[in-house]
Unconditional design. Structure first.
Length: 172
């Protein structure tokens, strides 16, 4: 059984190592999520600690999935805080540990994120994903549209320069 929950700063802080495990597993499997060296747990911990500060400020939301009480997946909603962007939110760090994939966890996390975005009165969601990744198919199946691609956007774990696809979803 998969359980989903929204973390506040304290909950996230108490699960720093588990969150780092999920991130490390994804990077080790070649995910393009901002990190190149899957063995550099300190940089990953620093990322999560910065995220905790954002949770405290209220400029992001962290949703997690647990399987047998162990965190196996995450997704973040970043609230655009600029006055001209209060209608939109960005989806970030949809991470599913390789051992927990193909169970519908990413799909459910995205549905929960969308629900929270709607509840916040936002009408537009945006994200970017490495061009050609399987995640693109998931997003398209959930009603996301492609806005375009940016070549040479991010370095992969193998050192290649990959394009990113920018996507959006308008909410009713």
């Amino acid at each position: 059984m998969i359980e989903y929950q929204t973390f506040n700063r304290q909950q996230a802080f108490s699960e720093l190592e588990a969150l780092t495990d999920v991130l490390q597993g994804c990077v080790s499997a070649g995910a393009s999520v901002g990190f190149i060296d899957p063995d550099d747990r300190q940089i990953m911990r620093n990322f999560w600690q910065d995220t905790f500060a954002g949770l405290e400020r209220g400029d992001r939301l962290l949703l997690v999935a647990r399987q047998q009480q162990r965190i196996v997946a995450t997704v973040m909603v970043l609230w655009n805080m600029m006055p001209n962007g209060h209608h939109r939110a960005e989806i970030s760090k949809l991470l599913v540990h390789p051992a927990a994939r193909r169970q519908g966890i990413a799909r459910q996390l995205m549905a929960l994120a969308e629900q929270r975005v709607k509840q916040a009165g936002r009408s537009l969601m945006v994200l970017d994903t490495r061009s050609g990744d399987i995640a693109s198919l998931l997003y398209l199946s959930l009603g996301w549209e492609i806005a375009g691609a940016i070549p040479y956007y991010a370095q992969s774990t193998e050192g290649a320069m990959d394009a990113t696809t920018v996507m959006y979803k308008r909410l009713a």
